[in-house]
Write a protein that binds this ligand. Sequence first.
Ligand code: SF4
Ligand code: SF4
Length: 157
Amino acid sequence: MTGGTPAGGLPARSRGVIALLEENCTVCMLCARECPDWCIYIESHTEPVPGAEYGGDDPARAPAGRGRQRVRNVLDRFAIDFSLYMYCGICIEACPYDALFWSPEFSYAETDIAALTHEQGRLREWMWTVPPPPPQDEGATPPGGGADGGHPRPNGS
Ligand code: SF4
Ligand code: SF4
């Protein structure tokens, strides 16, 4: 892959890198499991959910610790190795939480193969290059009511 946009621009729905909207990621691991190339690396840990201690608000359960502590997954690492990647899009389709998006960016060649593994921060930055979804049918209410159809943006707009 080389730099530069083809004359006439990129075709609609071009597939380049994958962008990560990390605040939507619940660390469910579906994308990593479904990726045929095993090129998605995810690391996480669990943390107790504040306000959901043993027994929660139920005084009958709390003293005896009979309720189960609720925990949530916290993402420590999300990376994609673009040296293995094959543009299939299965991870995007598998993600139930809209955390992965196609970016048309194709100009990410490196001279060091290790640099083709994009870590979480860089995958997040690709969100700025994700185009808005195609327009809905005439008269349809845009999801989220946003001017661009409610497409999630890194700045939350
Ligand atoms: S596009 Fe395909 S090969 Fe690339 S990370 Fe997603 S599932 Fe894996
Ligand atoms: S499938 Fe989506 S929510 Fe689940 S780990 Fe992958 S990116 Fe995160």
